[in-house]
Write a protein that binds this ligand. Sequence first.
Ligand code: NAP
Length: 279
Amino acid sequence: MTPTIAFLGTGNMGAALLAGILAAGEDHVARDRVHATTKSQESARALAERLDVPATSLESEPDANREAVDGADFVFLGVKPWMMRGTLADLAGALPARAVIVSMAAGFSAAQIQELAPDNPVVRIMPNTPSALGRGVIALAAGEGVDEDQRAQLSALLSGAGEVFEVSEEQIGAMTGISGSGVAYFFYLAEALVAAGVELGLDEETARGMVVQTAVGAGALLADGGDPAALRNAVTSKGGTTHAAITALADADFEAVVARAATAARDRAAEMEAENQQG
Ligand SMILES: NC(=O)c1ccc[n+]([C@@H]2O[C@H](COP(=O)([O-])OP(=O)(O)OC[C@H]3O[C@@H](n4cnc5c(N)ncnc54)[C@H](OP(=O)(O)O)[C@@H]3O)[C@@H](O)[C@H]2O)c1
């Protein structure tokens, strides 16, 4: 029998992850054993229609979260980090004894969750949005109370949404800076390339088409086991066009800028943990 799953807070990230998990098929998780919640009725309606799962909203059923966790083996938390405290407090007395709490919140630690749900095992995950297409990166840090069966079952569930990397909780912050937020860095580069294409005389639609396919092609080469530096060197002949472009990026301290971006994301997660310490 597939596990019973509650998804509390099923917005951008939660819905992307749930879509990936469901796409893995009914032998991973049966749709009628999922219960998703949102704040607004409009979001719940759209979600039920899009993913074909039972979805309820706090707007129409104030106890929606407490009802959703009834009988759950895994309780995914996809609310914003600053809503974690309130959401967990509302579940007091409603969580089944062995239900594993699976938090995707950046900036809310396992210890902070454990404070509010002392009797339940806790897992922190850090997914990213390509999970919706089964192409996500999902970092997973299982707490001490999680038994081997639960960890393996969760890992199998998440593998429908992408590649699962088991890490320590200390590494979750680093994953936030690299893969959780990292998809946005690739989108930002794509935006900048489209703008540069327009600046150089291409129409926007053509530039966007070229950039999207360039990203897909580069990603495919990387996924084919490519080493990023080797792939770059292979297209960078000394004195050639790519060499001129890479030199311009290096002169602007490209690597240092990227490192600053990833560090800023990691540091912001730590700050959020401190901010969310109080309710
Ligand atoms: N976005 C990412 O790329 C990403 C990556 C890694 C981790 N995360 C983490 O994922 C979490 C969600 O981020 P997001 O970007 O997905 O935010 P989001 O799109 O705003 O989703 C939050 C969801 O929570 C619902 N909600 C609000 N209050 C609720 C409550 N009391 N009970 C149940 N549901 C409630 C919202 O309902 P409505 O739709 O009705 O407003 C919405 O569906 C955050 O903790 C974030 O740190 C996000």
